[in-house]
Design a protein around this ligand. Structure first.
Ligand SMILES: Cc1cc2nc3c(=O)[nH]c(=O)nc-3n(C[C@H](O)[C@H](O)[C@H](O)COP(=O)(O)OP(=O)(O)OC[C@H]3O[C@@H](n4cnc5c(N)ncnc54)[C@H](O)[C@@H]3O)c2cc1C
Length: 426
């Protein structure tokens, strides 16, 4: 059924869509957000019932002391729990117990410092030809052990492998970064922030857009039998959704945009989350990593009174391996590797574990993975995807955050504000 004519439609009510919608509503425009799921937030999703505190199924940290998210947290009257992760890393070689940061051998610390130094040096690097992070580090003389460490600590964070990450894209991000260092969790959970931010926004839930007709006079968006018309549309759905063709554009998007879209990588991302009877690790444990399958572990309850939860976060090839198992086998694999890291028998861990769950974002229809990465040779694709088409189609979402930090909530927010500004300007 056709409805009233809007100034703008926003497709997707994740961080980017809410930011775009909020900016347009604040500017007095008639806007409607169309969201496929029955909830807002997209890749921000806090579980309020698994533990005694809000637990993040998706985005967990605010990356950067100056990230735009902090301003929203303050305005919403929420709290933050700062956490040092990489600087407090417990590391383990294969099938070995994790060693606390202060006890790490000098050689490991030096390797870590050197690798991070070379990674940071990318900001100043002059690489005429794009290459993968792996090729760049091999060229700096690092051996395969060092590359395995980088794969776990840096590439996994980017939801990619060391040989599938573009150095030109990393250089771009380092130069565009305004968020700085420092990390924190939101005390009340990320969803509390987006709930506050979405208050009073005109929104249709359970409205998956499947056809978007556009032309000089405006857009018509179909969500099944419902039809919505507007002068402009801001598309904020994940790259994976666009790559799959879930939204049919009529006419098709320009070829350059379609090529850019297909150039993105979009890998799996999975959390294995365990709640234990009691906390059996030291209060200062924040981050633990090793070259195994469940490569990176952290303590979601860090800084809280009730805190007996551990989470393994895996991405890319590791997440595909974990996703290929049954939930029971995946959780058992996690416990086995955790037992080695913390020197506890797996049978004891099983007895102490009172609840566990796997959260696989690749299996979420409206996400299809973790977040987009750019393979070598495709560094222009973020900016191309971000460009408006005429004065009617605008694009936002973490993957388009070419002028900020993609793969983050604040990058997604900023992309939404950018698209709204462009839409208002048009
Ligand atoms: C496991 C995981 C951990 C992460 N950890 C962090 C972290 O610690 N810190 C951080 O800053 N970032 C983190 N991120 C990244 C962060 O979550 C994202 O960058 C950000 O939330 C993306 O926001 P978005 O609005 O671009 O996309 P989304 O949040 O995906 O929003 C897009 C919306 O579009 C909707 N949609 C899809 N298809 C349609 C359709 N056809 N019609 C209508 N609506 C549709 C979706 O349902 C969704 O709500 C993490 C992500 C994951 C998956």
């Amino acid at each position: 059924m056709a409805e009233k004519q809007y100034d703008a439609l926003v497709i997707g009510a994740g961080a980017a869509g809410l930011a775009a919608g909020r900016a347009l509503v604040d500017a007095g425009r008639a806007v409607l957000l169309l969201e496929a799921r029955t909830r807002i937030g997209g890749r921000v999703h806090t579980d309020e019932s698994f533990a005694e505190f809000p637990l993040e199924m998706g985005a967990e940290f605010i990356h950067g002391d100056r990230a735009a998210t902090h301003d929203l947290v303050r305005r919403a009257g929420l709290s933050v729990i700062p956490v040092v992760r990489l600087g407090n890393l417990w590391w383990a070689e294969s099938e070995a117990r994790a060693i606390t940061h202060s006890a790490l051998p000098q050689s490991v610390r030096e390797r870590l410092r050197g690798l991070i130094g070379d990674y940071e040096a990318l900001a100043e690097a002059d690489l005429p030809v794009d290459m993968s992070l792996g090729t760049y580090l091999r060229g700096r003389g690092w051996d395969e052990d060092a590359l395995r460490m980088t794969d776990v600590l840096l590439a996994q964070t980017c939801c990619a492998g060391i040989d599938t990450l573009s150095c030109h894209d990393l250089i771009r991000e380092k130069r565009a970064d305004r968020a700085g260092s420092g990390e924190a969790r939101i005390g009340e959970g990320y969803s509390a922030l987006l709930r506050w931010y979405s208050r009073d926004l005109p929104l249709r839930l359970a409205a998956p857009a499947n056809v978007l007709q556009w032309g000089d006079s405006g857009v018509e968006v179909r969500c099944g039998v419902d039809v919505y018309r507007a002068r402009a549309c801001i598309v904020t759905v994940p790259v994976s959704v666009l790559q799959r063709g879930d939204i049919r554009f009529a006419p098709a998007l320009p070829q350059e945009k379609r090529r850019a879209l297909q150039a993105f990588g979009f890998e799996a991302a999975t959390k294995l989350i365990y709640r234990f009877r009691e906390k059996f690790w030291p209060d200062d444990l924040t981050y633990m990593a090793h070259p195994g399958i469940t490569a990176r572990w952290w303590t979601p309850g860090y800084g809280r009174a009730q805190a007996a939860v551990l989470c393994a976060y895996v991405t890319a090839g590791r997440a595909r391996q974990v996703d290929a198992l049954s939930q029971k086998d995946a959780l058992a694999l996690g416990l086995r590797e955790l037992g080695v890291l913390l020197a506890r028998p797996a049978a004891w861990l099983e007895r102490e574990c009172v609840a566990a769950k796997r959260v696989s974002w690749a299996q979420e229809r409206y996400t299809g993975g973790g977040y987009a990465h750019v393979p070598p040779g495709a560094a222009a694709c973020r900016e191309i995807l971000a460009q408006p088409v005429g004065a009617v189609l605008f694009f936002a979402g973490e993957a388009t955050a070419f002028d900020s930090n993609p793969q983050t909530v604040h990058g997604a927010l900023e992309s939404g504000w950018r698209a709204a500004r462009a839409c208002l300007g048009a």
